[in-house]
Design a protein around this ligand. Sequence first.
Ligand SMILES: *[C@@H]1O[C@H](CO)[C@@H](O)[C@H](O)[C@H]1NC(C)=O
Ligand SMILES: *[C@@H]1O[C@H](CO)[C@@H](O)[C@H](O)[C@H]1NC(C)=O
Ligand SMILES: *[C@@H]1O[C@H](CO)[C@@H](O)[C@H](O)[C@H]1NC(C)=O
Ligand SMILES: *[C@@H]1O[C@H](CO)[C@@H](O)[C@H](O)[C@H]1NC(C)=O
Ligand SMILES: *[C@@H]1O[C@H](CO)[C@@H](O)[C@H](O)[C@H]1NC(C)=O
Length: 436
Amino acid sequence: MKHLFKEDVFSYIFIMLIFLSSICRCFGVTSDAITTAHFLKDGEDNVVVSGGGIYELGFFSPGNSKNRYVGMWYKNIPVRKVVWVANREAPLTSRAGILKVVEPGILVLVNGTNNVVWSTNTSRSVQNPIAQLLDSGNLVVKQAGDENFLWQSFDHPTNRVFAGVKLGWNFVTGREVYLSSWKNEEDPAPGDYTYRCDPTGYPQNFLKKGSNVIYRSGPWNGLGFGGLTNSRYGTFYRYEIVSTNTEVYFRTYLTPKVIAMLILNPNGILQLLTWVYGEQAWVPFFIIPGDNCDTYNLCGSYGSCNSNDFPVLCGCLDKFVPKNSEAWNKADWSGGCVRRTQLNCSQGDVFLKYSQLKVPDTRKSWSNVTMTLEECKNMCSKNCSCMAYSNTDIRDGGSGCLLWFNDLLDIRQVPKGGLDIYIRVAASESGLVIAI
Ligand SMILES: *[C@@H]1O[C@H](CO)[C@@H](O)[C@H](O)[C@H]1NC(C)=O
Ligand SMILES: *[C@@H]1O[C@H](CO)[C@@H](O)[C@H](O)[C@H]1NC(C)=O
Ligand SMILES: *[C@@H]1O[C@H](CO)[C@@H](O)[C@H](O)[C@H]1NC(C)=O
Ligand SMILES: *[C@@H]1O[C@H](CO)[C@@H](O)[C@H](O)[C@H]1NC(C)=O
Ligand SMILES: *[C@@H]1O[C@H](CO)[C@@H](O)[C@H](O)[C@H]1NC(C)=O
């Protein structure tokens, strides 16, 4: 009898615990918003869930780290990938953090002694601020019921581009938004690698390690980046570079039916990961850099990289020869190539068509998106320092004009999806026999 009684006491305690925990749950945050009355406290089940149940915001510790961070991840995907971190540079050292909204309209993360460790900022003040997690993955701070955001996480991405993020420059505010890798799998603080949209010349995206470019996307040509060799374009993933007087930015679009993310790893690999239900895994759809020829400027100026020619990856463009053949033959391609016949602008150089290439670095270029290829050629011919021209946009037979004013760098062969570029060479290289 005693034995049975004991068991009853245990079941009673057990039931009481369940009951109590369900009460606690009622007081915990399960809505899509944090309000002045409703905060998010570190604790197992305390999360903010976006309206449609797509994303979740809560406290987490990466890997074996004991540090606590506020982060965002997909709610219903069993393999958790953190896609945004609030306090990436200011970890909490205990499980006593609280995320709350306070006047004049900021979201703050406080530690166990109520010290602010991280906060958003605002240029306006509002009466009734809330922080709301949207199904797009945007965490926004605003006046309740108002659609004008005081702050949004889309302006502060960490290592992932969400559809809706403008990765690039706003010339009015002078602000740049870019991705930075985590330091390592256990530390979300900014690491060595960044992925950013560079507005210099004709805009392109760069993957950088510190200040060194390690990969260049090439200019956006209306359909994609001409140099992207390992992506299957036009399926569920679309992107573009938008360029106006006030901003230049890269943005992506995703089909809602596919769960995918463009994310920069701590080791500098940019991946488009897709969630494959059948495998219950995140699978890379493409990775960047994809091969040796993706290494920025591997073959020097006027050199052309062909990954099928491994291990001798570099060749010179037709009508060009190695600048230093001795070094070149020892696989030191950094010196690049030069024209085998020197230019003589006053004698009238010509332009030869080179096809299926990732077009050269456009940081020293000039463009006009309404000019025709013929107008483009005329303009380039007239300026002796113009080395090459091409269309800016390849759609509908091609349009726009892009002119290069430097030696042509970082060219590779792209058998499918490469572009045509017209390069200045000496008149005698045109192949025409001039009858006297
Ligand atoms: C909270 O942060 C303050 C300021 O950084 C620090 O002095 C304090 O020790 C922290 N409290 C806890 C409980 O971590
Ligand atoms: C928020 O803070 C950042 C960094 O200090 C600053 O550049 C930005 O202008 C601020 N934004 C507002 C709206 O005050
Ligand atoms: C260009 O051609 C002209 C006429 O043939 C010649 O006088 C001049 O030296 C040439 N310049 C160069 C740089 O080869
Ligand atoms: C671009 O080219 C068009 C057509 O040739 C011309 O009308 C326009 O002025 C040019 N724009 C710039 C900024 O040069
Ligand atoms: C050629 O183009 C360069 C770069 O745009 C410019 O600085 C230079 O003035 C131009 N030269 C002529 C003769 O138009």
